[in-house]
Design a protein around this ligand. Structure first.
Ligand code: ATP
Ligand code: MG
Length: 371
């Protein structure tokens, strides 16, 4: 149920178990539905938009209205009722938080959502993931790992919080002893985060190794980052000391730049097409998409400790860039995972191979109807 979300005033959408395909012309509101579902995951949603931008703006509207998304997620363990809402107006005062309810009970931390539903998405914007900046790739990797390891998201939040606190103290001209303590905390958080990433990558690699032949290329994954690189050859306590020392040296330049120059927030996620022996960024557009799909399928195949549900995949414009054979293979591999996928496309014929395995709905004029 969507209320004042993007192009929807009110949308009450009921689906059966199994895949959901949304087709309709450009601008019909297909991606908006996937984006609404993505607000039920911690962090910024599928478009990385600010919460206030999700609010429905009709012509002539001066101020955004409150929006809400609520969903009943059914799984083997029963039903869970998830609700997310946002009240515009608090942005400046720092109150720009979404309100989260789980089974009607307010949840203080949106990270709790990750324990109730796993959402994994792939969007056309990710087509440039291997070409654009390091931070997009880093975010993709952390989200992918967070999908099967909810503790990973908390480690990221702890590191980011520590980094912010140190920068604030630098700006305020804090005493060296205080900075020493903050950098020690930050170094511990950095090493915990980096170790969790390395463990996550190992699991993804093992999963790809163990999967039977896939139509999607094996992605060789590695990290390039100050802390991760050192962890390969030194004990965690040593790496903590080294990183704390690096931070101490960088105080002056970090204070001047207003940002932290080194650390796991600047780590790059390096992907190679194993069979082609080539870095992802020099692969073709279709090959890059196929590598991303392989990574996402591996993430979706991993069990998540403490999370009972199988994931839900949100695949926006999935027909684009995939030839007929790969599209068919993708549907088969998703089916084999036993997950629910929500897919969008402008053309129903992209999904003909799914006949009988999906609910195909047409999106038009702010409504969604079966076809
Ligand atoms: N905050 C908002 N308030 C009202 N309408 C919005 C808002 N944000 C976006 N829209 C509009 O919602 C409409 C549907 O957008 P959406 O991205 O869901 O389309 P789509 O069906 O995925 O199209 P495409 O095939 O081009 O990807 C667009 O016309 C867009 O301009
Ligand atoms: Mg779209």
């Amino acid at each position: 149920m969507l209320t004042n979300f993007r192009s929807y005033g009110i949308l009450d959408l009921r689906v059966e178990p199994g895949h959901v395909v949304l087709v309709g012309p450009n601008g019909a509101g297909k991606t908006n539905v996937l984006e609404a579902l993505s607000t039920l995951a911690p962090g910024r949603g599928l478009r990385g938009a600010r919460l206030g931008d999700l609010s429905r703006m009709a012509p002539g509207d001066a101020t955004p209205r409150p929006w809400a998304v609520s969903a009943t997620v059914s799984n083997a363990g029963g039903d869970v009722q998830l609700g997310v809402g946002f009240m515009p107006g608090g942005e400046e005062s720092g109150g720009a938080k979404r309100a989260v309810r789980i089974d009607g009970v307010p949840a203080s931390n949106p990270a709790q959502l990750a324990e109730r539903v796993r959402l994994i998405w792939l969007t056309p914007a990710m087509d440039r993931l291997f070409i654009d900046g390091v931070s997009e790739r880093r975010r993709f990797l952390d989200r992918l790992i967070g999908g099967f390891d909810p503790a990973h998201t908390r480690l990221w939040n702890a590191y980011e919080g520590a980094m912010r606190e140190r920068l604030g103290a630098l700006r305020a001209g804090a005493q060296a002893a205080w900075l020493d303590a903050l950098e020690r905390t930050m170094a511990e958080a950095a090493v915990a985060l980096a170790a969790s990433r390395l463990a996550g990558l190992r699991l993804l690699a093992q999963t790809m190794d163990g999967q039977r032949a896939s139509a999607f290329p094996h992605a060789e994954v590695s990290l390039s980052g100050a802390v991760e690189d050192r962890l390969a050859s030194a004990a965690a306590v040593e790496v903590e000391d080294q990183f704390a020392a690096l931070l101490a040296v960088a105080r002056g330049s970090d204070a001047e730049a207003g940002r932290t120059s080194v650390g796991p927030h600047a780590t790059d996620f390096v992907v190679r097409h194993r069979d082609k022996g080539r870095e992802a960024q020099v692969c073709s557009t279709g090959e890059q998409k196929a590598l991303l799909i392989r990574l996402i399928l591996a993430g979706a195949a991993l069990p998540a400790p403490g999370v009972a549900e199988t994931p839900i995949l949100l695949l926006d414009e999935i027909g684009a860039h995939l030839d007929e054979g790969r599209r068919r293979a993708l549907f088969d591999e998703i089916d084999a995972l036993g997950v629910q996928a929500w897919m969008t496309g402008t053309d129903a014929s992209y999904f003909s191979a799914l006949d009988g395995r999906a609910q195909i709905r047409r999106v038009a004029d702010g409504a969604i109807r079966p076809i």
